[in-house]
Design a protein around this ligand. Structure first.
Ligand SMILES: Cc1cc2nc3c(=O)[nH]c(=O)nc-3n(C[C@H](O)[C@H](O)[C@H](O)COP(=O)(O)OP(=O)(O)OC[C@H]3O[C@@H](n4cnc5c(N)ncnc54)[C@H](O)[C@@H]3O)c2cc1C
Length: 363
């Protein structure tokens, strides 16, 4: 039986562990945090994430926690609530927002008990394994590439009670944004973004959020009323300073944010980690390790690089203080926006075996 060590029990590490364990691998996940660490706020998942969860066999369990949120107008608005652009509802039919804690619970429950060794920090490549998956996030100790601050910081939370929304998506100020998205039980995943120097801190983060966003359109203040200050997650947004030239070194493979941390402006970072996990599982269970690792690298690097570039460009546009930004959003044809979404969301598992046989690439 092949043995794999996975460093990090985030979404990428857990999904990889599930996929390989279900195919008979002997899996050990090392996680530096304690078992009951808080698991953050909300998370948007698009169709590609669900297809990737299907590959490892947990798609339906994730769909269960994702439910069917109300169908609301969605897109970008100004801070006074006037819509700049809306997406056709049909194009968002597969998009869901889940609570990260729920997702971690579902993924953890899909593993054999004892698979994750909590409170264990990995400082060097563990020996005795056929494969080591470095899924240890943005600040991975398994690569040398530096990270770069995006120029903006974020606050996130899920409300402690349902709040009625009249729309979903992002509202835009000058160098500031607010995002609103409903969870299936009516609670709201809320985030705020502001252009600030890295490492800026406020004595009272919740008071800072209220100061910045209380004057915004309804129901932003009502949503903030329903946010427990202790639940607020503050994160400076970083990405990799430059794309990696390989995701593989010897028997170590990088996956998720460790491989391609990107800005969250397309809501795709976790989805890319899940796609990585699905691809790696598929390749390792259909070909020898020596062929699977280069195939993983060839499949995942171009895709994640392109998505990271798009996310960065979107972040720059949305954080822009120029009045041109609103014009760009208002006058970009809906067809262009939906085609962009499809190009991100339309991922399916590509089987290099099938590529070879059929001579053309699918997915
Ligand atoms: C503000 C913000 C909003 C976002 N919103 C979305 C969204 O809506 N949709 C989406 O798809 N993505 C979103 N993302 C991106 C998403 O959160 C990440 O891409 C995703 O969590 C990456 O998962 P991962 O498993 O690769 O890494 P992580 O979630 O970072 O997990 C890494 C794990 O490794 C552990 N670890 C680290 N070092 C070690 C070590 N040496 N030894 C042992 N364990 C270690 C850590 O404790 C951690 O548990 C957002 C990101 C941010 C910052």
């Amino acid at each position: 039986m092949s043995r794999v060590a996975i460093i990090g029990a985030g979404i990428g590490g857990l999904t990889t562990a599930i996929g390989l364990q279900r195919h008979g691998w002997d899996v050990t996940v090392f996680e530096r945090s304690a078992a009951n660490s808080p698991a953050g706020a909300g998370l948007s998942l698009f169709g590609n994430a669900f297809r990737a969860f299907d590959v490892v066999g947990v798609g339906d369990a994730v769909r269960e926690i994702a439910g069917s949120p109300p169908r609301l107008p969605a897109g970008q608005r100004r801070r006074d609530g006037r819509w700049l652009a809306t997406m056709p509802l049909e194009s968002l039919r597969d998009m869901r927002v889940v609570h990260r804690a729920d997702l971690h619970r579902v993924l953890s429950a899909a593993l054999e008990p004892g698979t994750v060794r909590f409170g264990e920090t990995v400082e060097e490549v563990p020996g005795g394994f056929d494969l080591v998956v470095a899924a240890d996030g943005l600040r991975s100790g398994m690569r040398d590439t530096a990270i770069r601050y995006s120029g903006y910081t974020s606050w996130r939370a899920v409300t402690n009670r349902p709040v009625e929304l009249d729309g979903a998506g992002e509202s835009l100020g000058r160098g500031e944004r607010v995002g609103l998205a409903p969870l299936p039980d009516g609670r709201v995943y809320w985030f705020g973004v502001a252009s600030l120097p890295a490492g800026t801190h406020f004595a009272d983060e919740y008071a800072e959020v209220r100061r910045r966003f209380d004057g915004w359109h309804s129901p932003v203040p009502q949503v903030l009323d329903a946010v427990d200050p202790a639940a607020l997650v503050r994160t400076d947004v970083y990405e990799l300073a430059r794309p990696l030239t390989s995701f593989v070194r010897g028997n170590v493979v990088l996956l998720g944010d460790a491989a391609h941390a990107m800005t969250p402006d397309l809501g795709q970072g976790a989805a890319m980690a899940v796609e990585d996990a699905a691809t790696l599982t598929h390749l390792l269970t259909t070909m020898p390790l020596s062929a699977a690792l280069p195939a993983y690298d060839a499949s995942r690097r171009p895709r994640t690089r392109a998505i990271a570039r798009k996310a960065r460009a979107m972040g720059r546009l949305l954080q822009s203080r120029s009045p041109l930004r609103d014009l760009v959003l208002r006058f970009t044809p809906t067809g262009v926006v939906t085609r962009q979404l499809e190009s991100v969301e339309g991922w399916t598992l590509t089987s290099p075996a099938r590529v070879k046989r059929n001579g053309n690439r699918r997915g």
